[in-house]
Write a protein that binds this ligand. Structure first.
Ligand code: HEM
Ligand code: FES
Length: 351
């Protein structure tokens, strides 16, 4: 089987997204370089290479924090959904900013060494991994940077198709170990040597916000009582709670999410995971039985789970049952693209 390479398709929203992101990075770097030397503790005068290294390091940390907040924010409140579009561009830009940080660090602190010798010094000159004070925190930075580079290199759709979505998604979970490593890199490095409490508080708050938002989003998704008494079918909610042209999303016992849509008074259920990059189909809007994925616009007929011709993408469908107003889903998915007759919502079930 071969996978065809298709160049990135640019559109106005991508240009605007990238322009806003570049302007934000430039503003952050300018503010950090002009404000930080006065506001932060420094053990010796800060020259331009050090100021640049610190500014790009802090910028990469903030960007990683924002990237990790976008997913749970969009799950908690759909007004954040526009931030999800082109999140991959954000990731690639973060890898570039982190690379620039490493470039300035290597060019200043390790300038005496050349080529392989330089990396040997970074990795092996300090091997005090057993102690907190003086821990070789650079190794954590290198690990994080490697993760970001792998994610950036495999971010194109070609790799998604070539590796298959489950493998691609598993690789992209590297963002979490990378973030933990960066938190360790900063906590065991810059904070220990300079003891700056303002910076420590800002960075800890960032890490706490990321953890808190993930816990809140997971909690929100668990609130639906998943099991119907005495049956294997899963109760996912009430038909009257589903707005026309919209869906409710529920987690099934196997951990997968199902999206139950209402269209012209009828109910249909498909997998919530888009075949493109697992985008949340249940957050899309239906027009003429076709839902549009909110991430990059792939479309599916909710009665069949198939993309309209000439496209060939398919997602699994699910069988539905209605008891008065209560909607039940058979948790065993149909093969992707299997048509399922929609269920007519009863009169009482309609709001
Ligand atoms: C994802 C990759 C990385 C991120 C996000 C990151 C982030 C940071 C941050 C936020 C700081 C503190 C900046 C400040 O003091 O205001 C820092 C400092 C530092 N990082 Fe990294 N870093 C990364 C990779 C690396 C790598 C690969 C190296 C080494 C090759 C490295 C070496 C250093 C050093 C030596 C400092 C101390 C600089 C100083 O305080 O003067 N970092 N890093
Ligand atoms: S995830 Fe890209 S279109 Fe759905």
């Amino acid at each position: 089987m071969s996978v065809k390479y298709t160049p990135v398709q640019w559109n106005t929203s991508k240009w605007v997204y990238d322009a806003v992101m570049l302007a934000g990075i430039a503003l952050f770097l300018w503010l950090f370089i002009s404000v930080a030397p006065g506001a932060l503790n420094h053990e010796f005068p800060v020259n331009p290479p050090i100021a640049n290294a610190r500014a790009f390091g802090a910028c990469a940390f903030v960007m990683l924090t924002v990237i990790l907040c976008i997913g749970p924010l969009a799950r908690l409140d759909r007004r954040f959904l526009p931030l999800l579009y082109n999140r991959r561009h954000f990731g690639v830009m973060t890898a570039a900013v982190a690379m620039t940080h490493a470039y300035f660090v290597l060019g200043w602190y390790f300038a005496f060494f050349r080529g392989a010798e330089r990396w040997e010094t970074v990795l092996f000159a300090n091997t005090s991994y057993g102690q907190v004070l003086g821990f070789p925190f650079e190794a954590l930075g290198i690990f994080a940077l490697l993760c970001l580079l792998i994610l950036a290199a495999t971010s194109h759709d070609f790799w998604l198709k070539f590796l298959t979505p489950p493998v691609w998604k598993a690789i992209h979970f590297l963002i979490y170990p990378a973030y933990v490593a960066v938190v360790g890199h900063v906590a065991l490095g810059a904070f220990q040597s300079r003891g700056n409490e303002t910076m420590a508080a800002i960075f800890s708050a960032g890490a706490l916000v990321v953890a808190g938002l993930h816990i809140a989003a997971a909690w929100k998704e668990r609130r639906v009582d998943p099991h119907a008494a005495g049956t294997d079918w899963v109760k996912v909610g009430n038909a009257s709670d589903i707005a026309e042209g919209r869906a409710i999303i529920a987690r099934l016992p196997d951990g997968k999410r199902v999206a139950v849509f209402r269209h012209e008074g009828q109910l249909s259920a498909i997998s919530n995971a888009c075949a493109h990059q697992n985008g949340p189909l249940g957050e899309g809007r239906i027009i003429d039985c076709i839902v549009t994925c909110p991430w990059h616009g792939f479309q599916y007929d909710v009665r069949t789970g198939r993309s309209p011709a000439p496209f060939t993408e398919k997602v699994p469908t699910y069988r539905l049952r209605l008891e008065q107003d209560e909607v039940f889903v058979d948790p065993v998915p149909n093969a992707p693209g299997t048509p399922v007759e929609p269920v007519q919502a009863t009169q009482e079930a309609m709001p």
